[in-house]
Design a protein around this ligand. Structure first.
Ligand code: NAD
Length: 501
């Protein structure tokens, strides 16, 4: 057996260690599951899925709410583990858990209404029949997660997939396997009978194996580059996928914005979690008339924020060591392209920590504006008016979220943004609302977690019609009367012909 820390993976490696990103101390040791291991986990999950489905919406709700209560009751213990393995401050871990349990509670309660059988109108042509639709679980769902929100993010798929009646095989990020194990172990306490939620651990190859192990659906959250590989791996078997990828979210400051609120949201949205937030604020477009005052506010407030491992730090280390170089390169390129830092400098990058960097005058073509930085940095650009802000915000291959600050025009601006989620006069609030679907367009992916759409993502619709009485005019037969052609023609013309609106 060989053992080493997460990434890069050595050939024939059979175990790996997860590390505290702030200190390098070993948190835990995990197996690198092979393709055979993963296939066996999926096979074990099949009868478990059938058993779980038979529990029905009410039976599953009881178990899922018991799981919710375990997570909530042991919040401190779990938050400490998240702090150690992911690096974020304990308070941030508690915040993450609080959102995750809200979603779990909502999904378990709403599943019956959203997915249960419901009657729909049968229309004129089938007026003699009843029509209904119900949403059935896929069976076994594979969930591949990232490390930045190691609970909230995968739980956006896991909670909803379980509530819909699926069993789940979960592969957490190689940087946060102990957090994944905590979740799975807690679930086993409330569902001891069957392996309804299983853990597989390892690197990209283990994730790839999950894509090809015969799951009914695959929910992926991670980078766009990996999302494309996941989709390609699922294509030969037409395994459906949900792809939740990165973003380059913009914050727009309109002329009538509450500047104090906009500054606070921009600083928190860009720097919290060390900027390692898929829907974090990475770009700001501020209208010329308020630009100077806004920049002064961000400069003042961002300078007070500090990354570190001590209890007083506002955010923690960069969790994935390789990301530090990406952040450094974005800052260097921005400055080489003519940008200037009003808070921080290239020296703010001191692995594993990166202190806040606020960049002005960065050309739109720079990587710092085009690519996901995933660090505690922000670019602020001066724009002529709201129209130019919208145009530049939309000129991105990503389209996950956005924020708009405006006293009166927030909704009108939001309606013109090409992205999946918008917060007006706040940042990232949409992720906290269980009933709102979350996801993106373009390189940010497709499909939705959260809300009714998130439940339907993990179930397939089955439509049923049933004859209630003989049709006055039956057209689905070779035995229709000769008069049928005339009658149907008259009917269609009367109902839909010219003059009808
Ligand atoms: P990543 O793409 O490197 O890894 C994500 C997961 O995919 C990990 O579990 C990894 O082991 C696995 N993986 C790697 N190669 C694979 C392969 N070939 N086949 C299958 N699985 C494979 O991403 P990351 O660094 O863990 O996460 C950060 C990224 O996630 C950022 O881009 C961030 O924006 C994004 N993210 C998106 C959302 C969202 O909801 N849209 C939420 C959180 C994070």
């Amino acid at each position: 057996m060989t053992s080493m820390a997460a990434a890069p993976q050595a050939a024939q490696q059979t175990t790996f260690e997860s590390l505290d990103p702030a200190t390098g101390a070993v948190v835990a040791n995990f197996p690198v599951h092979t393709a055979d291991d993963v296939r066996r986990a999926v096979e074990r999950a099949r009868p478990a899925a059938a058993w779980w489905r038979e529990l029905g919406f009410d039976g599953r709700k009881t178990r899922l709410r018991a799981w919710r209560s375990i997570i909530a009751s042991r919040l401190d213990e779990f938050a400490e583990l998240i702090h150690r393995e992911n690096g974020k401050p304990v308070f941030d871990a508690i915040g993450e858990l609080s959102i995750a349990v809200e979603h779990l509670d909502w999904a378990s309660g709403a599943a019956a209404k959203v997915l249960g059988r419901r009657r729909v109108g049968s229309g004129l042509l089938a007026m003699n029949q009843s029509a209904s639709v119900e949403y059935l679980p896929y069976g076994v769902v594979g969930v591949i997660g990232p490390w930045n929100y190691p609970v909230h993010t995968p739980m956006g798929s896991i909670s909803y997939a379980l509530a819909a009646g699926n069993a789940v095989v979960f592969k957490p990020s190689e940087f946060t396997p102990a957090i994944g194990k905590w979740l799975v172990d807690a679930f086993a306490e409330v569902v001891p009978e069957q392996p309804v939620l299983q853990l597989v651990t390892g690197f990209g190859a283990t994730g790839n194996a999950l894509c090809t192990a015969g799951v009914g659906k695959l929910a992926f959250t991670g980078s766009t580059a990996t999302g494309k590989k996941v989709m390609a791996a699922c294509a030969p078997t037409l395994t459906p996928v949900v792809i939740e990828c990165g973003g380059k979210d913009a914050l727009i400051v309109a002329a009538d914005a509450d500047l104090e609120a906009a500054v606070d949201a921009a600083v928190w949205g860009a720097l919290s979690n060390a900027g390692q937030t898929c829907a974090g604020v990475e770009r700001v477009y501020a209208v010329a008339s308020v630009y100077d005052e806004f920049v002064a506010g961000v400069t003042r407030e961002a300078a007070k924020v500090r990354g570190g491992a001590d209890a007083g730090a506002d955010y923690g280390p960069i969790t994935m060591p390789g990301q530090v170089e990406v952040i450094r390169q974005h800052i260097d390129d921005a400055i080489a392209d003519g940008g200037r830092a009003v808070v921080g400098s290239p020296d703010s990058v001191q692995a594993p920590f990166v202190q806040p960097v606020v960049l002005l005058d960065v050309p739109e073509h720079s990587v710092a504006v085009q690519e996901e930085t995933f660090g505690p940095t922000i670019t602020i650009a001066k724009v002529r008016d709201e129209d130019e802000a919208i145009e530049l915000a939309n000129a991105s291959r990503y389209g996950l979220g956005a924020a708009v600050f405006s006293a009166k025009g927030g909704r009108a601006i939001a309606e013109r943004l090409s992205c999946g989620c918008v917060s007006i006069n706040s940042a990232i609030s949409f992720a906290m609302v269980p009933e709102l679907p979350f996801g993106g367009v373009g390189d940010s992916g497709f499909g939705r977690i959260h809300g009714a759409d998130g439940l339907r993502e993990f179930a397939w619709p089955r439509s049923v019609t049933s004859v209630r009485f003989p049709a006055p005019l039956k057209v689905t037969t070779f035995k229709h009367p000769k008069s049928a052609r005339v009658l149907v023609t008259r009917l269609v013309k009367a109902r839909w012909g010219r003059g009808r609106s």
